[in-house]
Write a protein that binds this ligand. Structure first.
Ligand SMILES: CC(=O)SCCNC(=O)CCNC(=O)[C@H](O)C(C)(C)COP(=O)(O)OP(=O)(O)OC[C@H]1O[C@@H](n2cnc3c(N)ncnc32)[C@H](O)[C@@H]1OP(=O)(O)O
Length: 409
């Protein structure tokens, strides 16, 4: 089989996207969703794998900036729309696309690549580590109460049309982006993602609704949600499905959650994705009735190791030497001296004796501050070569704010 990898031409978008639809089960994506992706796609960074006259593989990338610990926004390739025709699976088409893509990302000078995986098992072999998990919840709002912080009655809540309020909400979101590792600075057009609401995917729920929390006319927070009315012999038991909630301060945050908890005729609040450190977990009266669970969301790959490690800050001063193995991107393999603190960092090649040994995948997993290096060492995936060197480096790599990616791409 001879496969030819080429940059996607606009004229081939429909067949390229049809391949993707089929690989994901063959149910065509709703027209509005497809139109959104068609508008956002970066053709010059999208690859099509051709077998003679047929497209048999797809892989795209978006040009993002991702917040890293310390608040810098680092150029990041958002890997997306990966598929291979079932007729051509397990013959190395994905591997060849990953090879080409990571070489291209390196040539573009982006230190990081990120993705949301359809299956967790696919991307580790290409050096992607699980770097940001999310909290999901199924809250029994008939039983669970909220402890309200001071000032929670102050914000004025009002309904707003999701579209009309979009610019204000997006401005608020953009103020929050620098404060949490993993968040993406959304370029114009990306805000539309938050409004996607195809009727065919509502499953009996209402159209998307929006509630604003304001103080003296200034937006302090918003939530978007839908309601699925349900009834049984005992009465109403509707489900509120939270799509997004952002707030600038604790009072607005709690006020919005209380609004969602108290919606009449509902008894369940279904939450798809929140950061692991969402303050909600401290406000609920009964976490056991919140159906809390975590799931992997964000996978990260260090593409340019010295640039990536120097782009973030470190919680406590560190000066260490890492022995890194990177089979898929060998330019990262070797010994690296990393010096840094909360003000910045420098990372350079060195001949000095290494203190820790790990692979690029583990570095990706630890990079945003979630997966402690100590836990990875306990799993045997990070080796402490000089006794006593692991704990301080693990602490330095941590983050006071849990990394999170609220949406896919
Ligand atoms: C960021 C995103 O877009 S995520 C979306 C990914 N796409 C999908 O899930 C759609 C459905 N699946 C597919 O289209 C294909 O099966 C793909 C893209 C996942 C894999 O494509 P293939 O061309 O079959 O992969 P390829 O032959 O290059 O395999 C490379 C390696 O990955 C492994 N692999 C491939 N798919 C999977 C999988 N789903 N789970 C576990 N391992 C996998 C192969 O076994 C092979 O392993 P090896 O390195 O030990 O030899």
């Amino acid at each position: 089989m001879s496969i030819d990898l080429r940059v996607l031409r606009e004229a081939d978008f429909d067949s390229w996207y049809a391949l993707l639809d089929r690989a994901f089960g063959g149910v065509p994506e709703p027209a509005e969703e497809r139109a959104l992706w068609k508008g956002l796609i970066e053709y010059e960074r999208s690859l099509a794998a051709w077998d003679e006259k047929e497209i048999v593989g797809s892989a795209g990338a978006f040009s993002f900036r991702m917040t890293v610990p310390g608040g810098a926004r680092v150029p990041t390739a958002g890997v997306t729309m990966v598929s291979v025709a079932a007729t051509h699976r397990r013959r190395g088409v994905l591997r060849s696309m990953m090879r080409r893509q990571l070489d291209d990302i390196r040539a573009l000078g982006e230190p990081l690549a990120a993705l949301v995986a359809s299956e967790p098992d696919i991307y580790g072999r290409f050096g992607y580590g699980s770097a940001g998990r999310a909290l999901a919840a199924e809250i029994d709002t008939a039983r669970v109460r909220l402890r309200m912080p001071p000032g929670a009655d102050e914000p004025r809540l009002s309904f707003a049309d999701p579209r009309t309020s979009l610019t204000r909400c997006e401005d608020l979101y953009s103020r929050l982006v620098g404060g949490r590792p993993g968040l993406l600075s959304r370029a114009p057009g990306w805000e539309e993602l938050g409004l996607l609401d195809p009727e065919s995917e509502r499953g009996g729920a209402s159209p998307l609704q929006c509630v604003l929390a304001e103080r003296e006319g200034e937006l302090a927070g918003y939530a978007r949600y839908s309601v699925k009315p349900e009834w049984d012999a005992a009465g109403p038991k509707g489900v509120v499905r939270l799509r997004s909630l952002e707030a600038l301060d604790p009072a607005a945050h709690a006020a919005l959650w209380r609004f969602l908890f108290d919606l009449d005729l509902t008894s369940t609040l279904s939450v798809h994705s929140r950061p692991l450190d969402d303050p909600l977990t401290h406000l609920v009266s009964d976490p056991r009735r919140c159906g809390l669970r975590t799931r992997d969301v964000l996978y990260l790959r260090i593409v340019d190791l010295p640039a990536a490690l120097a782009a973030r800050t470190y919680q406590v001063p560190l000066d260490t030497v890492l022995e890194v193995e990177d089979a898929f991107c060998p330019w990262n393999t070797g010994r690296w001296r990393l010096r840094g603190d909360s003000g910045g960092a420098v990372c350079e090649r060195t001949e000095d004796e290494p203190r820790l040994a790990l692979t690029a995948r583990e570095l990706g997993a630890a990079y945003l501050g979630e997966g402690p290096l100590t836990a990875l060492a306990a799993a045997g995936l990070v080796r402490e070569l000089v006794p006593g060197s692991l704990a301080p480096v693990s602490l330095a790599f941590g983050s006071q704010t849990a990394p999170w990616l609220p949406h896919g791409f």
